[in-house]
Design a protein. Structure first.
Length: 120
């Protein structure tokens, strides 16, 4: 095995210090993620739930008028666009149910659900 010498050891030490300096702590990573999330108020949660229930639990005519079922909305993934991710079961014409994801509004100006996480 060949010795690195003082210059080689110094280079490894510098690289190790630089690599350690760039890594975020777990706490910093959590803070960064939370800064991008909009925590919903109680009223916003209720609005999102109402929008999702209206979508999923309607009578689906292609499935013979059967109703779907809301599973849940994830307010923890909401951002500032007024939509939150919800999932639920929608009846299919063949008698089965499909689990689908929709983006439902939690503001008065964004009532209802969409298949896209964008506001026009």
């Amino acid at each position: 095995m060949k010795s690195l010498g003082p210059a080689g050891l110094l280079a490894i030490l510098v690289l190790a210090v630089v690599a350690c300096g760039k890594e975020q702590s777990s706490e910093d990573k959590v803070k960064e993620q939370l800064a991008a999330v909009h925590s919903l108020t109680v009223d916003e949660r209720n609005m999102a739930s109402a929008s999702a229930k209206n979508y999923y639990e309607q009578a689906w005519l292609p499935a013979g008028g059967k109703q779907g079922q809301l599973i849940s909305c994830r307010p923890s993934d909401s951002n500032f666009n007024g939509l939150v991710t919800c999932s639920g079961f929608v009846p299919q014409p063949n008698g089965t149910f499909a689990e689908i994801k929709r983006y439902c509004g939690y503001r008065a100006d964004l009532v209802g659900c969409s298949d896209k996480d964008e506001v026009k």
